[in-house]
Design a protein around this ligand. Sequence first.
Ligand SMILES: O=C(COP(=O)(O)O)N(O)CCCCO
Ligand code: NA
Ligand SMILES: [Zn+2]
Length: 305
Amino acid sequence: MLVTGLEILRKARAEGYGVGAFNTNNMEFTQAILEAAEEMKSPVILALSEGAMKYGGRALTRMVVALAQEARVPVAVHLDHGSSYESVLKALREGFTSVMIDKSHEDFETNVRETKRVVEAAHAVGVTVEAELGRLAGIEEHVAVDEKDALLTNPEEARIFMERTGADYLAVAIGTSHGAYKGKGRPFIDHPRLARIAELVPAPLVLHGASAVPQELVERFRAAGGEIGEASGIHPEDIKKAISLGIAKINTDTDLRLAFTALVRETLGKNPKEFDPRKYLGPAREAVKEVVKSRMELFGSVGRA
Ligand SMILES: O=C(COP(=O)(O)O)N(O)CCCCO
Ligand code: NA
Ligand SMILES: [Zn+2]
């Protein structure tokens, strides 16, 4: 059933588990994510970036909202990294039930003002809002404290920010970063900082840049002809610890993309004569579904629907 992001995330934070926000750009990703959620009896968030909205248009948004309504588990349809008030309005018009306004690159007052404006519009139509404070950046452990403060989320600022904006959940910067290269070896995650934020901010917290980028997937991608440099993601233990400290929404995009693309390359490589798209998109869909199921097990959302 189609529910708001807060309905899913409030329960997750209260009961100490995480819920995956999985990005989709097409039919196969959408099917894979929803099938995994129903099989695992897990709530799930279907995330569409502005790029996904541009790429898929109404074909994508209508499909996603309709399938979310029919799903046998709670599903929120979420605008990921909304960059403007207008972009958020478009998502609201398409029937999304969760929207992110990302003004984390602006100064504090601008972020507050823009986020507050989105909260008023979204709440007026029963949709909940994710905001962001702090800058996603993979940082080395030895980086000086004041540099960390310039980049990562300041706990006291976070409290004030959430009180002044009325946002429903908060994306925090604690050392993660988007994409396949999240730092040398095991990325530094500032758990003490997260614990402090969670003490001051009762709202569900969001972890961006949370893909694991597992080595076996990277190897499979390379073996199938993919080219990727030294790639590393967030260690599963750091995900579990972050959830225990207050993270409720965990964004996963890179892992799904790697799995899908590795399988398309593999299938095409093994069957040079093949030109029926279903024959190489189908196995890729299955690979995405397996990644989603394993993430749900790690997050602890299995059986929580
Ligand atoms: O936080 C994330 C995903 O992070 P990751 O790249 O670790 O999967 N997202 O918001 C997904 C879109 C960002 C570009 O990928
Ligand atoms: Na941001
Ligand atoms: Zn993100």
